[in-house]
Design a protein around this ligand. Structure first.
Ligand code: IPE
Ligand code: IPE
Ligand code: MG
Length: 255
């Protein structure tokens, strides 16, 4: 399976101003998509691979610089052993199958997530992909695997407490910036646009810190049917929003 690379697809990305720097996606709706077609849930995850590759190509084409996708949450361990096993094995396979193509596209892969419980073979594959693509700079592609927003913040807090106890940090030194610097990717910018496919309207413990001022797009399309054109539509809608970050703009009617 080969996805048309950046510039190879018949549809072209719209040339627009104000493209979000950091887009995050909750790739949801796989199981329901499969069940509606009389297939087991795992077939929905399988169908999501092409959607992911097409979306990455679309992000490159429109000029997104950071793309973070939710592949497996710290809560997804609650699923049946069969589904968990499938998801672990499948993330490993997708990484192995697609890393060369992503490398050719100039994508730099990063893993965001917690180590405990995550399969060692998945960690190895994630690290191999990080190593292979470390010189690339067109797009930072962050794969959230065994990721939880609360886990990320809790781990940062634990690290800070250790530093305070060791006398390396004072209580006064615990600023927002000090917390941010202890997250998985301190240099990654905040999320500008959070997209959730599959119709649900919730954050499900994704990027709690980084989404403080994100704009949200809830797209009813199930993840297996998402693609670069859907991404461009969601981005286009985002560019029409007015982001205020707590500030205010005076706009008196008629003046
Ligand atoms: C998202 O799709 C993929 C993962 C959580 C790994 P789901 O598997 O949650 O699909 P639905 O939401 O049940 O349809
Ligand atoms: C969020 O989707 C996690 C991923 C997409 C990996 P879920 O399907 O797990 O979220 P809930 O259970 O509907 O909140
Ligand atoms: Mg779901």
């Amino acid at each position: 399976m080969s996805t048309p690379g950046p510039g190879e697809h018949s549809s072209k990305a719209p040339q627009i101003a104000g493209v979000p720097r950091h887009v995050a996606i909750i790739m949801d709706g796989n199981g329901r998509w499969a069940n509606a077609r009389g297939l087991p849930r795992t077939e929905g995850h399988r169908a999501g691979e092409e959607a992911l590759m097409d979306t990455i190509a679309g992000a490159l084409e429109i000029g997104v610089k950071h793309l973070t996708v939710y592949a497996f949450s710290t809560e997804n361990w609650k699923r049946s052993p069969k589904e968990v096993r499938f998801l672990m094995g499948y993330s490993r396979e997708v990484l192995r199958r697609r890393r060369d193509q992503l490398n050719e596209w100039g994508v730099r892969i990063h893993w965001w997530g917690r180590r405990p419980r995550l399969w060692k073979s998945v960690i190895n594959e994630l690290q191999a992909a990080e190593k292979l693509t470390r010189e690339n700079e067109k797009l930072h592609f962050n794969m959230a695997v065994n990721y939880g927003g609360r886990a990320e913040i809790t781990d940062a807090v634990r690290q800070i407490a250790g530093e305070v106890a060791a006398g390396e940090l004072t209580a006064k030194g615990i600023t927002e910036d000090a917390v941010r610097r202890r997250l998985y990717a301190p240099d990654s910018p905040d999320v500008d646009l959070l997209i959730r496919t599959g119709g649900e309207q919730r954050i499900s413990n994704f990027l709690l810190w980084q989404c403080a001022y994100a704009e949200f797009a809830f797209n009813p399309v199930a993840w297996p049917e998402y693609n670069r054109e859907e991404l461009w539509d969601d981005i286009l809608a985002y560019t029409g929003r007015e982001r205020r970050f707590g500030g205010a703009i005076e706009k008196v009617a008629g003046k």
